[in-house]
Design a protein around this ligand. Structure first.
Ligand SMILES: Cc1ncc(COP(=O)(O)O)c(C=O)c1O
Length: 512
């Protein structure tokens, strides 16, 4: 056995280029990316936005291309490894830059954002402590300052990046819960929800399901959510909110009103000024879920739709929706930085008091995470690159596409427009000759498009004929590709019509 005192290298020293943040390593990142890009150019791209085939076929082909799920005894080296993965990603994945990719609030990512994200990853900086990444802290603060100003939230405003809109909503409701408990003179962080008898969270019936999940996760229970009816334009009815708040009993605690600025399916924006006035009148926290809609602020044409956002106590916004960032680039803004007090922690190995007092402090106290990626870097690079005008142009381009789709759908007798283009979505149905079979037909139509690989179209359920009527299966275009053209939209509609006719024929023949 070798004596412990003997100095002997276990392996030969690794080259500096092993590590991305060294200057040799950054050159290596560039070379590796070039290899990977070469592989994507040599790869056989699917004809449409998604590979043709059943899910089982597509997933089996991808697994086969990856090979056995075993750690190789000897590594392949970066070139072969990246070329393999780049090929798998392109040949068996989705292409969001394809003009017929129109399913989800999942935009194609901007090239500059991806480049900045690679740079940020190379630093592997973290936001929790000063000594885990001062420049990352500075960039996040810069971005938060810019966004609070864009939202009009005032001088005391603050914010934090989170791993997604669902988690921004969770964090917003956590702060609301703790503020509600504080008003009752209790510390919810210490005593949990026993501090809050009969908690109630109000939102519209069209609010994103993450509000309900957040209530469950926060111990308020999903039963705490009181969904309120919407008007003919699918916006929360303020009269219903006022009545619901007025009718609360003494054993109930209103925790928050969650308004939505850009509902997932319809892009409708709740009447924020009226909701803010009612919430303030009852001393209730107003959270605005602007995960989808916030990006409308970049557009001169659409920004006024978000009037009243500046009255919120907290705001969720996702730049990985309207903002063209790789996921996740979500942000929770608060109107008053002291709201974060309930997240404060003093941890011996991270932020002891004497260090903090001497200025060696990070952003640990704004988040439920400890290690946190520098996600602000890609967004900062994007906003610096394009400015408000450039971002606004992209928003307007997508809004124009949605309006064109709306006109085209209205002009097609076989299609029924269910909801017009508020932001960048349009909801509609293929009518079919038998109304009682239309739900199945629309579901089958979408699956047919998926299986053929020709188009990615969304699906949802909505009342076709106004509030009160039953929910029906609908199709949805979510148009977030600013390089697509009206001809592309016409092509997309033609493909939907074609698939509808084929499905109807197959159903009639009993073949589907
Ligand atoms: C209005 C709204 N809020 C929240 C979310 C959740 O965002 P994420 O998917 O980033 O968690 C979505 C997602 O589509 C949304 O549309």
């Amino acid at each position: 056995m070798t004596p412990l005192t003997e100095s002997r290298p276990l392996t030969s020293p690794a080259p500096a280029s092993l590590l991305a943040s060294s200057s040799e390593g950054l050159a290596e990142v560039l070379a590796a990316l070039t290899d990977a890009v070469d592989a994507t150019q040599a790869a056989r791209r699917p004809d449409g936005p998604i590979p043709a085939g059943t899910p089982a076929d597509v997933l089996a082909a991808a697994s086969q291309a990856l090979g056995a799920a075993e750690l190789p005894a000897e590594g392949l080296g970066p070139k072969a490894a990246l070329q393999l993965l780049a090929t798998v990603l392109v040949e068996h994945g989705i292409d969001l830059s394809h003009p017929r990719a129109a399913a989800h609030l999942q935009p194609p990512a901007l090239a500059v954002a991806v480049a900045a994200d690679a740079l940020a990853s190379a630093t592997n900086a973290s936001l929790d402590t000063y000594d885990s990444g001062p420049s990352a802290i500075a960039v996040e603060r810069w971005l938060i300052g810019l966004l609070t100003r864009l939202a009009g939230l005032g001088e005391r405003a603050d914010g934090v990046l989170t791993p997604g809109g669902s988690l921004s909503n969770l964090l917003g409701l956590l702060l609301a819960r703790d503020a509600a408990a504080h008003r009752r003179g209790v510390d919810a962080r210490e005593h949990g929800v026993t501090a809050l008898p009969g908690p109630v969270v109000f939102c519209s019936e069209l609010a994103h399901f993450s509000t309900h999940r957040a209530c469950a996760a926060l111990g308020l229970g999903e039963a705490a959510v009181q969904p309120l009816p919407v008007d003919g334009r699918r916006r929360m009815r303020p009269d219903a909110l006022a009545a619901a708040l007025d009718s609360l009993g003494p054993d109930q605690t209103p925790v928050a009103v969650v308004a939505t600025a850009g509902t997932t399916d319809f892009g409708s924006v709740d009447p924020l000024p009226e909701i803010a006035e009612i919430a303030a009148g009852h001393g209730v926290w107003m959270h605005v879920d602007a995960a989808y809609g916030f990006g409308a602020l970049f557009s001169e044409r659409l920004a006024t739709r978000l009037a009243g956002l500046e009255l919120a106590d907290s705001v969720t916004l996702d730049l990985h929706k309207i903002g063209w960032q790789p996921a996740a680039t979500s942000v929770l803004l608060v109107s008053d930085t002291t709201a974060f007090t309930s997240l404060d922690r003093e941890v011996a190995y991270l932020n002891p008091t004497d260090d903090s007092e001497a200025g060696y402090d990070g952003l640990l106290g704004r988040s439920l995470q400890t290690t946190r990626r520098p996600d602000a870097v890609k967004a900062a690079a994007t906003l610096l690159t394009y400015g408000r005008t450039g971002m606004g142009r992209m928003v307007d381009a997508c809004h124009d596409l949605a309006r064109h789709a709306e006109r085209r759908i209205l002009a097609e007798p076989e299609l029924e427009l269910v909801a017009p283009a508020e932001l960048t979505t349009v909801v509609f149905r293929y009518r079919g000759s038998d109304p009682s079979a239309a739900d199945d037909l629309n579901g089958a139509l979408r699956r047919r498009l998926l299986e053929s690989g020709s188009a990615l179209v969304g699906r949802t359920e909505a009342t076709a004929a106004g509030p009160g009527s039953p929910k029906r299966v609908c199709l949805k275009f979510t148009l977030l590709n600013p390089t697509a053209t009206t001809d592309d939209i016409d092509g997309l509609v033609d493909i939907v019509l074609d698939a509808g006719r084929t499905c109807e024929r197959l159903i009639e023949e009993g073949a589907a």
